[in-house]
Design a protein around this ligand. Structure first.
Ligand code: SF4
Length: 466
């Protein structure tokens, strides 16, 4: 029950670009607006308030944002709206970076906020609703970790839990340290209290978030404490625990060991390598070598032989030679990832790499990229074959988008799994539960199988070796 606020019965919609941190911020925004009596809607057409959570890591997101905000000018208001104009807000990285410039270029934009003042959004929107005009507020740094904001979660059974914000690494292509600020860790007691709340509310899976979770605690405790976070989260009784993102230079043996010992830690790790060439890694300021990375992979597989690894790769970084690319290609071949997110380098103004010119023709870079994608697909297909015949625990997310008669969910290794729904049971009824599925088909991007009726899926199935 809400008391009447300026938001009561207004319809809002949040559009998110970019990373999980942004998705989590969007959930917090939805939580705040719902708490004030506004109603979430799916489409921009139905919304009185539209909030864009933006990302400036990739150039495409910039272009999309400007296009989408511009096109709103011509989108009619919904029938029955009490407003004479739709209220539009832009936050996140582009809000932080561009501030006032955004309202100069997009005059029908009402509110701009940054990465450090999510909690100010209701106040800024309220001012726009009541006074009209532009309301821009961007702060240089957060005074404290914004932990107290309510969150509206996309799925009742899964939660993202930020443990750090910001980044101290200054990879030469990345804008994040400039727009998200220096790394700040959240006190361990706060993290545990939030996780305990989720467990009590029936959440099955928590994903810990940070630009580099491995350095968690350095600012608060003088040395990284990420392994202690994993122990403490496991002790809350959460069923599934994951984390992102993990910088290879800071991944310790202690954290690697947790994959072998912690009940809840899922057998999957995203470990962005970016390049397999030492020269390119140095130019990227990644501060590890190809050899160090491969040694981490060896240790991870020693700790947990079936672990599923995923990574990010940038193709065409300024100065990348044919030999550098071959080093990347060989590394991807050698590791055998379950998934690789491949990107062609795109320049981000304001980063050191943006001032380096590269004469390599675009079609050469595209050719490298296409070759790499073929290899990625082939190796992902091969990696998935290991699960054929295994019974895996699937956390059901709902019906498959392609076929309403199939359930879709996630395996412990984070693979998408499809299986026919039992007669008379809807995907909605199973959503949020864990069901055993016997895998009888393994494709490049998903597994499919049938519900195993004995209900006796081992943890992650036999193929994980645990
Ligand atoms: S670790 Fe590097 S790529 Fe990741 S957010 Fe920090 S600077 Fe950017």
């Amino acid at each position: 029950m809400h008391t009447h606020t300026p938001f009561t019965n207004l319809a809002f919609c949040v559009r998110t670009f970019g990373c999980q941190m942004n998705k989590h911020d969007s959930e917090r925004i939805a939580g705040m607006l719902e708490g004030l009596g506004a109603l979430p809607v799916e489409s921009i057409e139905e919304a009185d308030i539209v909030v864009f959570m933006t990302c400036c890591v990739r150039e495409a997101a910039d272009t999309r944002l400007y296009g989408q905000v511009a096109s709103l000018k011509n989108t009619p208001l919904r029938a029955g709206t009490p407003l004479s104009k739709r209220v539009v807000a832009v936050g996140g990285c582009i809000g932080q970076r561009d501030g006032e410039r955004l309202v100069e270029e997009l005059p029908h934009l009402d509110v701009v906020f940054g990465t450090h003042n999510l909690g100010s959004l209701p106040r800024l929107l309220e001012a726009a609703l009541e006074e009209g005009g532009h309301h821009v507020e961007v702060l240089d740094a957060a005074s404290s970790f914004p932990t107290e904001l309510p969150t509206a979660r996309e799925h009742a059974w899964a939660a993202w839990l930020p443990i750090t914000v910001g980044c101290n690494n200054f990879c030469s292509y990345c804008i994040v340290p400039y727009v998200r600020g220096r790394e700040k860790s959240r006190p361990l007691e706060d993290i545990v209290a939030e996780a305990e709340g989720y467990v009590a509310a029936g959440v099955k899976e928590i994903t810990l978030l940070g630009q580099n979770v491995n350095s968690y605690g350095r600012d608060l405790y003088g040395s990284p404490r990420f392994a202690a976070v994993l122990d403490a989260l496991d002790a809350t009784g959460i069923e599934r625990l994951r984390f992102a993102t993990s910088h290879p230079k800071d991944l310790t043996d202690e954290v690697i060991g947790k994959f072998a010992t912690l009940r809840s830690l899922m057998p999957a790790l995203h470990l962005p390598v970016q390049s397999g060439s030492d020269a390119v890694l140095a130019a990227m300021n990644r501060r590890y070598t190809r050899g160090h990375y491969l040694e981490l992979v060896r240790k991870l597989r020693e700790a947990l032989p079936g672990i599923a690894l995923s990574t990010d790769i940038i193709v065409g970084f300024p100065g990348e030679t044919a030999k550098d690319f071959e080093d990347t290609y060989r590394l991807v071949d050698e590791v055998g990832y379950h998934q690789v997110f491949t990107f062609i380098y795109s320049k981000r103004e304001g980063t050191p790499a943006a001032s380096v010119d590269d004469p390599t023709p675009r079609d050469v870079i595209q050719g490298r990229f296409d070759r790499l994608v073929d290899l990625v697909q082939q190796r992902a297909f091969e990696a998935n074959q290991a699960d054929l015949g295994a019974v895996v625990d699937v956390l059901v997310e709902g019906a498959s988008k392609r076929d309403a008669g199939l359930l879709a969910g996630r395996s412990p290794k984070n693979q998408t799994v499809h299986a026919p729904l039992p007669d008379g049971v809807s995907a909605g009824e199973l959503a949020g539960t864990v069901v055993p599925v016997r895998i009888d088909e393994a494709k490049t991007w998903y597994l499919s199988g049938t519900l195993a009726d004995d209900g006796a899926a081992g943890h992650a199935g036999a193929a994980d070796g645990r």
